[in-house]
Each structure stands twice: as structure tokens, then as C-alpha cells.
Design a protein around this ligand. Structure first.
Ligand SMILES: [Zn+2]
Length: 192
């Protein structure tokens, strides 16, 4: 069940995504005036773990402006120590009620991992260490986009097992994790 606060914020973001898809974005808080309003504090209502991919820009696809989203972007939404601690900061210090895990179509990390699994290539090792476990479970994955979605599910499990801050917040009903996937052809963010 989704706690009320998280539900409200998730609906707001999914409605913002509809604005983006329909070509009717209406985020108004994108000015210097907004930045000045938040010059000495911030009150984001969601933390987003997004891929670094240049096509996946949370503020644009959710129709948001300055001060709304605490965004952590890393290739393949791979959750190493700095990434986990950045997410924890948003949960523990900024008290965000909602965490979005945002995977997407055509992810370069999923393609690279599938091409090289199970080798250690000598490059991108910490990234591959975060995506190979999914292939260890389901070696018959042939679709990059299905792989990305399975990886997003794995990331949620990883966070619950490796972050006491995140697990506690979930168990207390202070945080909800929404697993999402961006479809490049429609622009829609779909819940997994
Ligand atoms: Zn990606």
C-alpha cells in the first residue's frame, strides 16, 4: 500500500509526465526567482535515482522545476556506496516521502552487460557488479528493456538490504519506492 503523502507526490509526477507527453509542460518554478526563494534551504518532495543517459532528464519528463526533485544520476541506476548515501541523505535529512527508481529503454549499461556477461572486462567493473546479479538470476534475458526493468526491481531489493535508513523509512511508512521505466517512443513513465 502506498502511504498517502507518497501517493499524492507520485500522482503529481505522473500527471507532470502526461504534460510532457502531451506537449503541454507547465512547470513555472524555473526562474532565478525560484532559486532565490530556496537560496538557503530545499524542500524536494521526491528523490529520483535516474540513469545518466542524456535522454533521461527527470525534471523535463516529470514537468518539474527548481527545488522539486533531489536527483541522483548514475549510469544504469547502479547503486554503489556514494549513490546509496546520496539517496539516504534525501530520506534521512530532507525527509522525502517518495523515491523514484527510473530505468529506461535502450540503456547502454544493459547492452554492454549483456554483450560481456559474465566477463570482467577491466572497464566499468563497479557498474557491471551492480547489473550482473540480474543476469545471474535470469541468464535468458534477451531484451535490453526487460533487463532494465528487472534491474530496477533488483535495485529496490539491494537498497532494502543494504541501507538501514531506507529500510527503516519504508517499514515506518515514511517512504515509498516507485519503480519506473521510461518508454522512449511514447515518453511515458510506466510503473513496474
Ligand atoms: Zn541508461
Amino acid at each position: 500500500m502506498i502511504p498517502d503523502k507518497a501517493k499524492k507526490e507520485l500522482e503529481k509526477l505522473l500527471n507532470g509526465n502526461k504534460n510532457f507527453v502531451n506537449g503541454t509542460p507547465c512547470a513555472s518554478n524555473m526562474s532565478l526567482e525560484t532559486l532565490r526563494k530556496y537560496a538557503f534551504h530545499q524542500e524536494p518532495y521526491a528523490v529520483v535515482l535516474s540513469c545518466s543517459d542524456s535522454r533521461v532528464v527527470p525534471e523535463i519528463i516529470f514537468d518539474c522545476g527548481i527545488g522539486e526533485l533531489f536527483v541522483v544520476r548514475v549510469a544504469g541506476i547502479t547503486a554503489g556506496p556514494n549513490v546509496v548515501e546520496s539517496l539516504e541523505y534525501a530520506v534521512y535529512k530532507l525527509k522525502v516521502p517518495l523515491m523514484i527508481l527510473l530505468g529506461h529503454d535502450d540503456c547502454g549499461v544493459m547492452k554492454y552487460a549483456r554483450e560481456h556477461y559474465p566477463e570482467k572486462t577491466g572497464h566499468f567493473d563497479s557498474i557491471l557488479n551492480c547489473v550482473y546479479p540480474v543476469l545471474n538470476q535470469k541468464e535468458d534475458i534477451t531484451c535490453h528493456n526487460f533487463f532494465a526493468q528487472q534491474h530496477t526491481i533488483w535495485v529496490e531489493k539491494y537498497l532494502m538490504e543494504n541501507s538501514a535508513i531506507i529500510a527503516d523509512a519504508i517499514n515506518k511508512g515514511d517512504l515509498y519506492i516507485a519503480k519506473c521505466h521510461l518508454d522512449h517512443s511514447t515518453g511515458l513513465v510506466n510503473l513496474i
